[in-house]
Design a binder for this molecule. Sequence first.
Ligand SMILES: *[C@@H]1O[C@H](CO)[C@@H](O)[C@H](O)[C@H]1NC(C)=O
Ligand SMILES: *[C@@H]1O[C@H](CO)[C@@H](O)[C@H](O)[C@H]1NC(C)=O
Ligand SMILES: *[C@@H]1O[C@H](CO)[C@@H](O)[C@H](O)[C@H]1NC(C)=O
Length: 407
Amino acid sequence: MLDIANVLAVVLLLTSVRGLENGLARTPPMGWLSWTRFGCNIDCDSDPDFCISEKLIMSMADRLASDGYKAAGYEYVCIDDCWLAPERDIFHRLQPDKRRFPHGMKYLADYVHSKGLKLGIYEDFGTKTCGGYPGSEFFLQLDAKTFAEWGIDLLKFDTCHSDAHDNKYGYPAMSMYLNQTGRPILFSCEWPYGELQQNLSSDYGPVRETCNIWRNFWDVSDHFDSVKSIVANYGKNNALFQKYSGPGGFFDPDMILAGGFGMSSYQQRAQMSMWAMLSAPLFMSNDLRDISPDARRLLLNPLLLAVDQDPMGKMATKLWEFNNLQLWVKPIVPEGSLAVTFLNTNNFGSGSPISSTADSLGLTDSRGYNVTEVFTGKNLGVLKPTSVIKTRVFPTDAYMIVCILMA
Ligand SMILES: *[C@@H]1O[C@H](CO)[C@@H](O)[C@H](O)[C@H]1NC(C)=O
Ligand SMILES: *[C@@H]1O[C@H](CO)[C@@H](O)[C@H](O)[C@H]1NC(C)=O
Ligand SMILES: *[C@@H]1O[C@H](CO)[C@@H](O)[C@H](O)[C@H]1NC(C)=O
């Protein structure tokens, strides 16, 4: 009897973390999203190159395709809020602002697809979007159909102007309507974030069955304190979040800010490394027409992207935090291998010296590990459990290594 009970418990556990079966987000999705960098700038008269418009989206698609980003895996080009006209059309359908998107959304999707990329769009479950444009409440089915007709590939569904008690009905309904269109549309939800804002707790089982990725914390801003608080939230809820992260469904700590203004190159790489450790979606919000070679190199770092895109899709475990130095480890393929990151969240001092045996980082297999530094690409050779790893982690920086178990 006991055995059967155990088997049942395991079956229940597995089914409780079942994902959304639309075939998408088998690894964390990657792409570009307009929000942090371009916000709700609708002033195309005086700021034509920086306003939310088809021109902006097309130029980002051009850069993604031609500057190596698409080849590295960044495939979704996503419009955030403020693309809409202030009113629905006479058939109650959503329509883009006619001056800023003069050719319409189908045209834009066709253009993005012609570059081998996918188009993401934004709506809101409430009566209005955060920017005050028409929301989807009471129009879920029609809006899903409209997006599918336009050729949309991803929907970011926000939670402003709604009662978060309704999210557990509204988001699954939208997910069902998206499914019914027959078009695979990656579903990016702000459902748990809406609950957080209204002081409600979140149940990630249904979220994972409904959404491919989901936000559950405050928006990232272009400042290391923001990155730090997001990482702290993952540390605090590490065991809970790990249970619900995996192929088909991932927690979304929000946009990547490499190439922005507010963080040093060390801070930018610390953010990238932590997002990769968490198996987070990588949606950069920057201006790809104007980006430093350093930031571009970071965004295209093949070892870092391989850790993020690891097929097992595990979320890293926080092993410890001491004097604002954190140690995170993530299982990666081939089995038994690990990515290891030290994150120094101090914003003073000259850095934390590290001198650790490999086994204290979780590298316990006597066959040893082939270890490579992620940011320098330097190979450290094969380390045994008793080998010592020495380095220094600068303030607001990370040190990241990939450790492949020897066959
Ligand atoms: C709709 O859901 C079914 C059942 O989960 C799934 O097999 C199918 O692939 C989904 N279709 C789309 C377009 O998401
Ligand atoms: C949520 O809690 C915070 C802190 O206790 C409070 O300031 C805020 O007003 C609450 N929000 C809602 C929607 O109840
Ligand atoms: C370790 O990995 C590097 C980079 O992938 C590779 O060039 C090297 O041959 C590997 N070393 C061993 C001993 O397997």
